[in-house]
Design a protein around this ligand. Structure first.
Ligand code: AMP
Ligand code: MG
Length: 530
């Protein structure tokens, strides 16, 4: 595996003198259940020398540097291509060490640390003189976290206790949740990567500003507002700092930059889940019709509903932690696909869902569309043709419509008023359809029942008598028409039953014309709604 990554080596040209600036990145596997001290010491020594080492944490992979060396911070910004006013989080392994880098630590900190450290909570304090401004992006405050991953803790201790670590990705890209992601972004730009396998949480830590009372959540994460409030009482959420449009300088400077972004345009579709599925289906259908398939972020529960587009499963809605874990991975996977747009379902902003939606919205650059806007354009979603035995004219009409260029996706089927048991299509009907390049071979006749009468189903009968029978049996409905009535073309549809093949041919000609008119009318209905 290692040799595969090594072959992707990148070279960097210094534009001033043309000298090749090439760094060999060492990649070392580490097992958190059996930590190899030699590897940790080697990595720790690199950090002490001011070099860069990527390592696993429970949130995402971090790009480690000695937090107390100005020069090391500079290297971090260079390797990531990160704006240097975007401060780094300092990682510690022992609570006592907090006092060395922070001053005026408020009393609630003890309680918070007792509950959530080690863990995915970052707290911001006034910094001590030990911390260079390079690490804090020029601020007089410092962000501190104690990670839970044993590899991270061992490395921090081996490095001397204070390791600054932003996510180990190229600035702006999705954060890395595996060592492979780190390799993809930073191979050749950093000294070492510790590969501890896939991370647990998959989203960056919660950031809590402790320099104000009550404390303010600057970035949501796996430690939720409710969890914090259970320990220290009220906290507030600084939603403003999350917004790109915010006029004032954001409290958490990194929040003003576009983050986590996939290459394709990402759009969040919002509504209730059923509407979201219908809307994404329609968007994917339209794109496919134009020859540009889209990406779809779906869940285990919804995967099967999508027919068009490149569909990926982010996780299960039964366990939102699986969704958090899958988010950055899926965004990176979409970068490998030739697509312009990705549509994502949305998630309830509760618990870790709040952090999921926060990252998704940033990745989308706050691009979202209400599902209802798309769904309301669809007067009908299903079209059912009704004939007598559902063996010739009905199935022919359905198959003809399936071959039309429709701007909307419909479920198209047929059923009959006198069907006792399922039968294949009439052989002459099949012969005619075949000569026109279509087939009824998968058709099986189906009796009409009340189930078909739904607001979103357009029922089109071949003859007037079938319409009347439905109305007398099932009562009033606004969506039952004869095919002639709906298209406004009263050319009689001949009944070829028992007649020679030519009669089926003549019937086909009439149906073909009516169905083309029907397709035009359906398309204009959808366009009108717009
Ligand atoms: P990352 O290391 O990529 O997870 O990003 C670290 C983020 O922590 C930054 O983008 C800031 O938003 C936030 N942060 C770090 N230090 C401070 C600080 N002193 N004050 C406010 N926010 C901070
Ligand atoms: Mg980051």
């Amino acid at each position: 595996m290692t040799s595969g990554w090594m072959s992707q080596k990148k070279f960097f040209f210094n534009s001033n003198d043309g000298i090749i600036n090439f760094m060999k990145t060492k990649i070392r596997k580490v097992d958190k259940n059996q930590i190899d001290d030699d590897i940790i010491n080697e990595a720790g020594n690199l950090l002490r020398e001011g070099r860069l080492v990527a390592f696993p944490t429970e949130t995402v992979y971090g790009l480690g540097a000695d937090a107390l060396q100005e020069e090391a911070a500079k290297r971090t910004y260079e390797a990531k291509g990160r704006p240097s006013d975007n401060p780094l989080i300092v990682h510690i392994a022992d609570y006592e060490d907090l006092k060395k880098i922070a001053v005026n630590i408020p009393a609630e900190t003890d309680m918070l640390a007792a509950h959530f450290w080690p863990g995915p909570l970052t707290m911001i304090f006034e910094k001590s003189d030990a911390v260079p401004h390079g690490t804090t992006g020029g601020l007089d405050t410092v962000a501190v976290r104690m990670p839970e991953d044993p590899v991270a803790l061992a490395l921090i201790r081996a490095a001397g206790g204070f390791v600054s670590a932003p996510s180990a990705n190229t600035s702006g890209r999705p954060s890395p949740t595996t060592a492979e992601h780190v390799v993809a972004d930073l191979d050749g730009r950093i000294d070492m990567i510790l590969d501890g396998g896939a991370v647990d949480i998959g989203l960056e830590s919660t950031i809590l500003d402790m320099t104000v009372a009550p404390p303010v959540i600057l970035r949501p994460g796996a430690i939720t507002a409710e969890m914090l409030e259970d320990v220290i009482g009220p906290v507030t959420a600084d939603d403003n700092s999350m917004s790109e449009k915010s006029a004032r300088a954001p409290k958490a400077p990194g929040m003003k930059y576009r983050h986590y972004a996939p290459k394709a345009k990402l759009v969040i579709v919002e509504g209730d889940l059923r509407e979201e599925i219908l809307a994404i289906r329609q968007l994917a259908f339209e794109a496919d019709r134009k020859g540009r398939p889209v990406g779809i972020i779906a869940t285990s529960e919804t995967l099967a509903f999508y027919k068009y587009g490149i569909v990926k499963n982010i996780g299960t809605r039964e366990n939102e932690r699986s969704v958090a874990r899958g988010l950055y991975k899926i965004l990176r996977e979409f970068d490998e696909e030739d697509i312009d747009t990705i549509y994502s379902e949305s998630f309830a902003a509760q618990g870790i869902g709040k952090a999921i939606m926060n990252r998704l919205e940033k990745a989308a650059g706050h691009h979202r569309i209400p599902a209802a806007d798309i769904v309301k354009l669809q007067k009908y979603r299903q079209i059912t043709f009704v004939s007598g035995t559902d063996s010739a004219r009905g199935p022919m009409a359905a198959e003809l419509l399936r071959h039309c260029d429709l701007v909307q996706e419909y479920v198209i089927n047929s059923s009959g008023m006198v069907v006792l048991f399922p039968e294949p299509a009439n052989q002459k009907a099949e012969a005619i359809m075949k000569s026109a390049g279509m087939t009824l071979k998968d058709h099986s006749s189906h009796p009409f029942d009340g189930e078909n009468i739904r607001e979103d189903t357009l029922i089109l009968t071949i003859e007037e008598s079938q319409k009347e029978k439905i109305l007398s049996e099932y009562g009033h409905s606004d969506s039952i028409f004869t095919l002639n009535e709906f298209t406004g073309d009263d050319t009689e549809i001949p009944d070829p039953y028992g007649k020679p093949l030519t009669a089926y041919g003549e019937c086909y000609e009439v149906l073909n014309r009516l169905i083309n008119e029907l397709a035009e009318k359906l398309n204009s209905l959808t366009e009108e709604e717009k």
